[in-house]
Design a protein around this ligand. Structure first.
Ligand SMILES: Cc1cc2nc3c(=O)[nH]c(=O)nc-3n(C[C@H](O)[C@H](O)[C@H](O)COP(=O)(O)OP(=O)(O)OC[C@H]3O[C@@H](n4cnc5c(N)ncnc54)[C@H](O)[C@@H]3O)c2cc1C
Length: 378
């Protein structure tokens, strides 16, 4: 997400001065943001976008490969298959590593690779409900750096999914979060609105609860207590990438200043989940990418205004027919009308889910004609 935004931004800001090579292991831009709605909302096609046309739009060369290290003195990026790619500026956008911190038992909601598990969970819950059996499901948000919204969205979509099939009473849903309040990052007004959404959907909410373990059908909670549950859907904990020659902080993230410049390395930047900012969100990653692209453009002599990193949060919970749009300016961030908004258009499309200045228009249209009805059968 952030890497593509950076390439598009560089093209928009200084196309004649820059020659961009986009190094990616696959041929698709896969959006984690669309996983809940792919599994439960019926937008089956919305997750993957061919990278080649997007790279073309950015005037970039697409190179298949994975970054494993850098030689900063020689300005060389090293790939997994042993190639050396020369650079003048390097933007690292490899995302975070996902850790299965509760062991192998739960289903994890960590990105596109987890979609099959989420579909299987849905099938099992619906299957049990059709046989008259009730499933208790806990949706768990761990502490630490990350992005809690998909847990709320998935819980609401799941409740709605069963409601539409007349099976809602066969699912007991509890959202267990280490946050002080529901989606606390958006502030009290949004928290209250989301807590009300959960209540209206019959979903229990436990805040300030740290899950220690899940064993024998019981979630052990700190500071005290427990929760009996048949199944667990958990967000993974996030850790930084391992790239030889690039510094790491205590959790493995790449330390950088507010302009994305990696500490101790010249002309190396980091954007998105791999960097040090604790909220790991696509929209934030895109804002970082724009900041870095504008700084590079200026260094290359383009006459563009700097784009400061003034983080503002936009979140969209896709639930039944009335998506909930949330906004907040973070400390030092750009003024946004806070809390809950309802002015978003084209709410079901990926460009609304991942708010990127240049990525949004690139994704728009890619899904023209997509409907909400192509949900696979239970
Ligand atoms: C279920 C879920 C729902 C979410 N919902 C939202 C939402 O609604 N809105 C929102 O803004 N954010 C959302 N997020 C968060 C968002 O997906 C991430 O914050 C965002 O994708 C991070 O962007 P990134 O570019 O840093 O990393 P990623 O999007 O993870 O991209 C990293 C890329 O780097 C590639 N890569 C990995 N290792 C290497 C390597 N060694 N060399 C080269 N390439 C490599 C990967 O293939 C991948 O393409 C959600 C996340 C999840 C899991």
């Amino acid at each position: 997400v952030a890497g593509v935004e950076a390439a598009l931004a560089l093209h928009a800001l200084c196309r004649d001065r820059v020659d961009v090579e986009l190094l990616a292991p696959g041929e698709e831009l896969r959006l984690g943001a669309m996983v809940p709605v792919q599994a439960l909302g019926g937008v089956a096609r919305a997750g993957g976008h061919p990278l080649r046309p997007i790279a073309e739009r950015a005037g970039a060369r697409l190179t298949r490969g994975a970054l494993v290290g850098i030689d900063a003195d020689r300005r060389i990026a090293l790939t997994a298959d042993g190639r050396e790619l020369a650079y003048d500026r390097l933007v690292i956008a490899v995302g975070a590593r996902r850790e299965r911190w509760l062991g192998a038992g739960p289903v994890y909601l960590g990105g596109p690779d987890d979609l099959p598990d989420l579909l299987e969970l849905r099938r099992r819950i619906v299957g049990a409900a059709r046989r008259g059996l009730t499933t208790r499901l806990a949706v768990v948000v761990p502490g630490g750096p990350g992005w809690a919204l998909p847990a709320y969205e998935t819980a609401l979509l799941l409740a709605d999914h069963l409601e539409r099939r007349g099976l809602r009473e066969r699912l007991e849903l509890e959202l267990v979060t280490s946050e002080d309040a529901a989606l606390a990052a958006f502030g009290p007004e949004a928290s209250a609105a989301v807590a009300e959404d959960l209540r209206a959907a019959g979903i229990g909410l436990r805040t300030g609860a740290v899950v220690r373990a899940w064993a024998w059908g019981r979630l052990d909670l700190l500071p005290h207590g427990g929760l009996l549950t048949d199944r667990v859907l958990a967000l993974p904990t996030l850790r930084g990438p391992r790239i030889e020659g690039v510094p790491r902080d205590a959790l493995g993230f790449i330390p950088a200043d507010a302009r994305g410049r990696v500490r101790g390395l010249r002309d190396v930047h980091v954007v998105g989940d791999a960097g040090p900012f604790p909220l790991k969100q696509g929209g934030i990653g895109c804002q970082q990418a724009d900041t870095v692209a504008s700084a590079i453009a200026r260094e290359l002599g383009a006459r563009v205004d700097p784009i400061p990193f003034e983080p503002s949060l936009r979140g969209l919970i896709l639930r039944d027919a009335r998506p909930r749009a949330l906004r907040a300016a973070l400390e030092g961030g750009r003024a946004e009308s806070p809390g809950v908004t309802s002015d978003e258009e084209r709410l079901w499309l990926p460009e609304a889910k991942v708010a990127g200045r240049f990525l949004g228009p690139a994704l728009a249209g890619a899904l023209a004609g997509t409907t909400l009805s192509d949900l696979p059968p239970d």
